[in-house]
Design a protein around this ligand. Structure first.
Ligand code: ZN
Length: 171
Protein backbone atom coordinates (compact mmCIF):
# COMPACT_ATOMS: atom_id res chain seq x y z
CA UNK A 1 0.00 0.00 0.00
CA UNK A 2 1.24 3.51 -0.80
CA UNK A 3 1.91 6.18 1.73
CA UNK A 4 -1.33 8.05 1.10
CA UNK A 5 -3.58 5.02 1.30
CA UNK A 6 -1.98 4.00 4.54
CA UNK A 7 -2.42 7.47 5.97
CA UNK A 8 -6.08 7.42 5.06
CA UNK A 9 -6.59 4.04 6.73
CA UNK A 10 -4.83 5.23 9.83
CA UNK A 11 -7.19 8.18 10.05
CA UNK A 12 -10.17 5.93 9.47
CA UNK A 13 -9.10 3.60 12.29
CA UNK A 14 -8.59 6.56 14.59
CA UNK A 15 -12.05 7.88 13.78
CA UNK A 16 -13.61 4.47 14.28
CA UNK A 17 -11.95 4.05 17.68
CA UNK A 18 -13.02 7.55 18.65
CA UNK A 19 -16.60 6.72 17.62
CA UNK A 20 -16.50 3.50 19.63
CA UNK A 21 -15.30 5.38 22.75
CA UNK A 22 -18.22 7.75 22.50
CA UNK A 23 -20.69 4.86 22.21
CA UNK A 24 -19.09 3.03 25.12
CA UNK A 25 -19.48 6.12 27.29
CA UNK A 26 -23.17 6.38 26.34
CA UNK A 27 -23.82 2.72 27.06
CA UNK A 28 -22.05 3.06 30.40
CA UNK A 29 -24.33 5.94 31.35
CA UNK A 30 -27.38 4.00 30.20
CA UNK A 31 -26.37 1.08 32.40
CA UNK A 32 -25.76 3.33 35.38
CA UNK A 33 -29.43 4.36 35.16
CA UNK A 34 -30.48 0.78 35.89
CA UNK A 35 -27.88 0.31 38.60
CA UNK A 36 -25.16 -1.58 36.74
CA UNK A 37 -21.55 -0.47 36.83
CA UNK A 38 -19.76 -1.48 33.67
CA UNK A 39 -16.05 -2.26 33.75
CA UNK A 40 -13.58 -0.05 31.92
CA UNK A 41 -13.53 -1.32 28.36
CA UNK A 42 -11.28 0.41 25.86
CA UNK A 43 -12.28 1.10 22.26
CA UNK A 44 -9.54 -1.27 21.10
CA UNK A 45 -10.86 -4.09 23.32
CA UNK A 46 -14.37 -3.43 22.08
CA UNK A 47 -13.20 -3.52 18.47
CA UNK A 48 -11.20 -6.74 18.93
CA UNK A 49 -14.05 -8.45 20.74
CA UNK A 50 -16.57 -7.57 18.05
CA UNK A 51 -14.32 -8.61 15.17
CA UNK A 52 -12.76 -11.68 16.80
CA UNK A 53 -13.37 -15.38 16.32
CA UNK A 54 -16.65 -16.95 17.46
CA UNK A 55 -18.05 -20.47 17.73
CA UNK A 56 -21.70 -19.65 16.99
CA UNK A 57 -23.32 -18.56 13.76
CA UNK A 58 -24.04 -15.08 15.12
CA UNK A 59 -23.85 -12.58 12.27
CA UNK A 60 -24.15 -9.35 14.23
CA UNK A 61 -21.51 -6.93 13.02
CA UNK A 62 -19.63 -4.13 14.72
CA UNK A 63 -21.67 -1.59 12.79
CA UNK A 64 -24.98 -3.22 13.79
CA UNK A 65 -23.94 -2.90 17.40
CA UNK A 66 -22.65 0.67 17.17
CA UNK A 67 -25.97 1.70 15.64
CA UNK A 68 -28.19 0.27 18.38
CA UNK A 69 -28.15 1.38 22.03
CA UNK A 70 -29.56 -1.92 23.29
CA UNK A 71 -26.93 -3.99 21.51
CA UNK A 72 -24.26 -1.60 22.81
CA UNK A 73 -25.52 -2.17 26.34
CA UNK A 74 -25.49 -5.92 25.72
CA UNK A 75 -21.91 -6.08 24.44
CA UNK A 76 -20.58 -3.76 27.13
CA UNK A 77 -22.11 -5.92 29.88
CA UNK A 78 -20.76 -9.04 28.23
CA UNK A 79 -17.22 -7.65 28.13
CA UNK A 80 -17.54 -6.31 31.69
CA UNK A 81 -18.59 -9.71 32.99
CA UNK A 82 -15.77 -11.45 31.12
CA UNK A 83 -13.28 -9.03 32.65
CA UNK A 84 -14.72 -9.74 36.08
CA UNK A 85 -14.16 -13.43 35.43
CA UNK A 86 -10.51 -12.54 34.70
CA UNK A 87 -10.65 -13.02 30.96
CA UNK A 88 -8.55 -10.81 28.68
CA UNK A 89 -10.68 -9.16 26.01
CA UNK A 90 -9.12 -9.90 22.64
CA UNK A 91 -9.96 -11.49 19.31
CA UNK A 92 -9.74 -15.01 20.74
CA UNK A 93 -11.43 -14.68 24.11
CA UNK A 94 -14.67 -16.27 22.92
CA UNK A 95 -13.08 -19.40 21.49
CA UNK A 96 -10.41 -19.65 24.21
CA UNK A 97 -12.72 -19.41 27.23
CA UNK A 98 -14.83 -22.18 28.77
CA UNK A 99 -18.36 -22.22 27.34
CA UNK A 100 -19.87 -21.73 30.80
CA UNK A 101 -17.92 -18.46 31.16
CA UNK A 102 -19.06 -17.22 27.76
CA UNK A 103 -22.70 -18.11 28.38
CA UNK A 104 -22.74 -16.67 31.88
CA UNK A 105 -21.49 -13.37 30.46
CA UNK A 106 -24.01 -13.57 27.62
CA UNK A 107 -26.94 -14.27 29.95
CA UNK A 108 -26.03 -11.40 32.23
CA UNK A 109 -25.82 -9.25 29.08
CA UNK A 110 -29.22 -10.27 27.70
CA UNK A 111 -30.72 -9.76 31.16
CA UNK A 112 -29.39 -6.21 31.45
CA UNK A 113 -30.30 -5.48 27.84
CA UNK A 114 -33.90 -6.55 28.50
CA UNK A 115 -34.00 -4.63 31.77
CA UNK A 116 -32.83 -1.55 29.92
CA UNK A 117 -35.45 -2.08 27.18
CA UNK A 118 -38.15 -2.28 29.89
CA UNK A 119 -36.73 0.82 31.54
CA UNK A 120 -36.96 2.66 28.21
CA UNK A 121 -40.44 1.16 27.65
CA UNK A 122 -39.29 -0.36 24.38
CA UNK A 123 -41.45 -3.49 24.67
CA UNK A 124 -41.18 -4.08 20.96
CA UNK A 125 -37.41 -4.50 21.20
CA UNK A 126 -37.79 -6.73 24.27
CA UNK A 127 -40.19 -8.95 22.33
CA UNK A 128 -37.87 -9.30 19.34
CA UNK A 129 -34.94 -10.21 21.56
CA UNK A 130 -36.97 -12.68 23.61
CA UNK A 131 -38.05 -14.37 20.41
CA UNK A 132 -34.44 -14.59 19.23
CA UNK A 133 -33.35 -15.89 22.64
CA UNK A 134 -36.04 -18.57 22.47
CA UNK A 135 -35.25 -19.67 18.92
CA UNK A 136 -31.46 -19.50 18.96
CA UNK A 137 -30.62 -20.40 22.57
CA UNK A 138 -33.53 -22.23 24.25
CA UNK A 139 -34.58 -24.36 21.31
CA UNK A 140 -31.53 -24.77 19.16
CA UNK A 141 -28.09 -24.28 20.62
CA UNK A 142 -25.72 -27.25 20.60
CA UNK A 143 -23.09 -25.19 22.49
CA UNK A 144 -25.20 -24.26 25.51
CA UNK A 145 -23.91 -26.18 28.58
CA UNK A 146 -26.63 -28.33 30.21
CA UNK A 147 -26.02 -26.70 33.58
CA UNK A 148 -27.03 -23.26 32.24
CA UNK A 149 -30.28 -24.32 30.58
CA UNK A 150 -32.44 -23.52 33.62
CA UNK A 151 -30.93 -20.03 33.79
CA UNK A 152 -31.66 -19.43 30.12
CA UNK A 153 -35.28 -20.56 30.63
CA UNK A 154 -35.67 -18.46 33.76
CA UNK A 155 -34.64 -15.32 31.86
CA UNK A 156 -37.10 -16.10 29.09
CA UNK A 157 -40.02 -16.71 31.45
CA UNK A 158 -39.36 -13.72 33.67
CA UNK A 159 -39.14 -11.20 30.85
CA UNK A 160 -41.93 -12.75 28.79
CA UNK A 161 -44.19 -12.27 31.80
CA UNK A 162 -43.14 -8.65 32.17
CA UNK A 163 -43.82 -7.96 28.50
CA UNK A 164 -47.18 -9.76 28.68
CA UNK A 165 -48.20 -7.74 31.72
CA UNK A 166 -47.46 -4.58 29.84
CA UNK A 167 -49.43 -5.70 26.77
CA UNK A 168 -52.47 -6.39 28.96
CA UNK A 169 -52.21 -2.97 30.55
CA UNK A 170 -52.10 -1.20 27.23
CA UNK A 171 -55.19 -2.95 25.82
ZN1 ZN B 1 -24.23 -11.94 23.99
Amino acid sequence: MGKTARGINLNRDKLLLKGISVKIRKAKNALRQIGYNAANVSAKEFYDYMTGEIFSKDKTTLLDVLGNEFLMVHELVEMSELKRMWRTIDKKVIIDSPKTVIYEAHFKAIELELEYAMFKKDYFWAKIRLKQHKESVLEDDPNLPEILKPRSKEIFNRFSNLVKKHNKRSM
